[in-house]
Design a protein around this ligand. Structure first.
Ligand code: ATP
Ligand code: MG
Length: 370
């Protein structure tokens, strides 16, 4: 894996401007360049990606990052999929039905095409050496930097807890450990993760400067955005497990139809794609377009003046058709829970070996290898 080539091309993540607080447009330009590099030599990349086992994955996850995971895997990129079980506790006191949610998460990944023979699926809590990286990493980032991270602020705003825990506050440093333990240099994410990734890059850079002795112990990983870095839910805000506005991959066709029927639109009958002035209508158009591999403008012109009901019918059909094989595979895998645990056992073993090696390297770099 060559990490030096990743310094070529458009400037990497910027820390946002008032018009683009998360730095999405810079990250999009960078992602386009990365796509070229991936096509040229997928072997240069290692992906770390993951989710919290707090419920079933939804279309926001799918088109924001999951679809890219499978695509990258199939292109030959080495991939690690983290089930971030400790991080469930960032915004709630109790991890309800943790085993069930972990199983659902593995099922979602199998259903979309993640292949455990090629990709390592593992759980955070089973990899002690990964978690130990958190200590030196926390020393490399200031409280002020964590405090001004817009995603930390948003996560706190939507937290189920009355007080902010240290775990929530240090979430970006955890993510740095998640990504860097396996020296991943590519992270397919939705736009909300860009500020977190910026902190990972900062930690990697500072670790190398302080302890690297002229060598780069860690790469500075890049975010890879999809064409749907922020998919909206049925209420017109970010589709999210916790906002009751999501269409899950596992939902039935009827439930999907009902959810889309209740989606927020606007009073303009003529359907047009304009994400700035018509975010709700445009997000529905984008959803249909992603499912049908068309542009949102093409979907809009097919509907024209037929109004929101026709738009919703189109979206429902597109989503249900697209998800049908995924849902069928999901039901098949759901029959064999023991297989899901076997995948995790094997993944955890692989992840532990890599984390142990990285921690040993870190200790040597920090002169604490006794
Ligand atoms: P949620 O974000 O639904 O509340 P979560 O916080 O448990 O659930 P995350 O771990 O934040 O899930 O998200 C996993 C990945 O999915 C991240 O890369 C994130 O950017 C992406 N993602 C989540 N929601 C969306 C969305 N609505 N549009 C695009 N990408 C999304
Ligand atoms: Mg989230």
């Amino acid at each position: 894996m060559n990490t030096t080539l990743l310094t070529a091309g458009p400037e990497t993540l910027a820390s946002g401007s008032p018009a683009d607080p998360l730095g999405t447009s810079v990250a999009q330009a960078r992602s386009a360049h990365l796509e070229e590099l991936i096509r040229e030599d997928p072997g240069r990349f290692r992906v770390l990606t993951g989710d919290r086992p707090t419920g079933r994955l939804h279309l926001g996850h799918y088109f924001g990052t999951l679809h890219n995971r499978v695509r990258l895997q199939d292109l030959g990129v080495e991939m690690f999929v983290l089930v971030a079980d400790y991080q469930v506790l960032t915004d709630r006191d109790v991890a309800d039905d943790l085993t069930g949610h972990v199983e659902e998460l593995v099922l979602d990944h199998l259903a979309i095409g993640v292949d455990p023979a090629r990709s390592t699926v593992f759980t955070h809590s089973a990899v002690p050496a990964l978690n130990q990286l958190l200590l030196p990493f926390l020393s490399l980032v200031s409280v002020a930097e964590l405090n001004r991270n817009p995603t930390v602020k948003d996560e706190i705003a939507h937290s189920r807890q009355s007080a902010v825990s240290g775990l929530t506050f240090t979430y970006p440093a955890h993510q740095a450990a998640d990504i860097l333990f396996c020296k991943a240099n590519l992270v397919p994410v939705g736009q909300d993760q860009l500020p977190h990734l910026e902190i990972t890059r900062t930690i990697a850079r500072r670790f190398n400067d302080r302890y690297g002795n002229g060598t780069a112990v860690f790469p500075q990983p890049d975010a890879l955005l999809s064409s749907a870095p922020l998919l909206l839910g049925t209420d017109g805000t970010k589709m999210s497990k916790s906002r009751n506005n999501a269409i899950t991959l596992a939902a039935g066709a009827d439930e999907t139809a009902r959810l889309i029927k209740g989606a927020k639109t606007d009073s303009e009958r003529h359907i047009t794609y304009d994400p700035v002035t018509r975010p709700e209508v445009s997000s529905l158009l984008l959803l249909a377009a992603l499912c049908q591999e068309r542009t949102p403008e093409e979907v809009a012109s097919g509907i024209g003046s037929a109004g929101a009901a026709a738009l919703k019918a189109t979206v429902t059909e597109a989503v249900n058709e697209y998800l049908a094989p995924i849902r069928a595979r999901r039901s098949e895998y759901a029959q064999d829970r023991a297989y899901l645990h076997q995948i995790l056992r094997e993944g955890n073993e692989r992840a532990r070996a890599i984390a142990d090696a990285t921690l040993a390297e870190v200790r040597t770099a920090m002169n604490s290898h006794y």
